[in-house]
Design a protein around this ligand. Structure first.
Ligand code: 8YV
Length: 319
């Protein structure tokens, strides 16, 4: 029986299904050495908490398939995997709605001060003073950075709220503009007009740390940043400074440089920030759909078939 490593949470029935055909071994998330104790894997079901880089790949000569539980695959060195003929897949599409839904919730929570108002009632402030007024979300402008599947779903969800959607990608996507859901804008123009700027770009060498002080300076002082992508897309010290000195009004963050975010982070002490524990796709329904797709990808890859959502099949086997 071939060995399959599991380094991501998986429902019991899907683990049992894999165990009928493979020797299933739990390998703690984040493991990057000492693999001898677990055996020689043919497949690996993992997520963003586990690096699959060139050094790890070099230790696992029998590995043929990596199934990443998540759409973002920045923890996998795809070129290194491809040169080692390791098939890699991810789980796109099934989480678009869940991530867009949470983003919509955060837009409403920031605009209407929902989390701040909850604190205000609980700490007894209501007994002493009237609450600060919030702002209409209707009639605002949302800037989407990285208009992909999730950005498009977000544009659909906010349309009935009377929110104008601008987006910035390296190149415009004519089908998006033609659909009327969103309009491509120059970077500076989008940041200057947006009341909410929402990040949905993958973390790559190009996007690492790309949102920095000069970008916050282009935003309105009344605007909010929402990060649903990866913490490292934003330069965190610049974000903290922009929040402290009022360059922007606030932020809602689902992702961080370091996860779990330590409670000692300066972000945890800020009243104008809403924090989420990397919750974008974290619903029962969506996580189930992601794991099912990830397991199907793993099984197909191990049988030598094309996974449903491969990342490097064509590079390894040709179109
Ligand atoms: C996580 C995500 O991967 O899909 C992504 O890129 O960031 C999330 O859905 C999730 O934590 C899976 O473990």
């Amino acid at each position: 029986m071939e060995t399959v490593f599991i380094s991501s949470s998986i429902p019991e029935d899907l683990r049992e299904r894999l165990a009928r055909s493979y020797r299933v071994v739990d390998v703690p998330e984040g493991t990057s050495s000492g693999f001898e104790q677990y055996g020689e894997p043919a497949g690996w079901f993992m997520d963003g908490g586990t690096p699959v880089d060139a050094a790890v790949i070099a230790q696992l000569p029998s590995l043929r398939v990596v199934s990443n539980h998540g759409v973002g695959y920045d923890s996998v060195d795809l070129p290194a995997a491809t040169s080692a003929q390791i098939l890699v897949s991810n789980t796109p599409s099934v989480l678009d709605n869940a991530v867009a839904e949470l983003t919509l919730g955060l837009i409403l929570a920031l605009g209407r001060r929902i989390v701040a108002s909850d604190r205000y009632v609980r700490d007894g402030s209501w007994e002493r003073e009237w609450p600060a007024l919030s702002h209409d979300v209707h009639g605002t402008t949302l800037g989407v950075v990285g208009m992909g599947r999730i950005g498009r779903r977000l544009a659909e969800l906010v349309a009935p709220l009377g929110i104008t959607v601008l987006y910035h990608n390296r190149s415009p996507r004519p089908e998006i503009d033609e659909s009327g859901l969103a309009e491509w804008a120059e970077w500076e123009d989008m940041l200057a007009r947006a009341d909410f700027v929402s990040l949905h770009t993958p973390l790559t060498q190009r996007t690492r740390g790309f949102f920095a002080a000069e970008d916050f300076a282009l935003m309105k002082p009344s605007a909010y940043l929402i990060n649903m992508a990866r913490g490292a897309v934003v330069r965190t010290p610049d974000l903290v400074a922009a929040l402290r000195d009022g360059t922007i009004a606030g932020a809602a963050l689902d992702v961080f440089d370091e996860e779990p975010l330590p409670a000692s982070s300066p972000l945890c002490g800020m009243e104008n920030v809403i924090l989420q524990p990397h919750n974008g796709s974290a619903t029962e329904e969506t996580r189930r759909a992601m794991v099912e797709l990830g397991v199907r990808n793993l099984e197909r890859g191990l049988r030598g078939e094309r996974p449903e959502t491969p990342l490097n099949w064509d590079d390894i086997y040709g179109g």
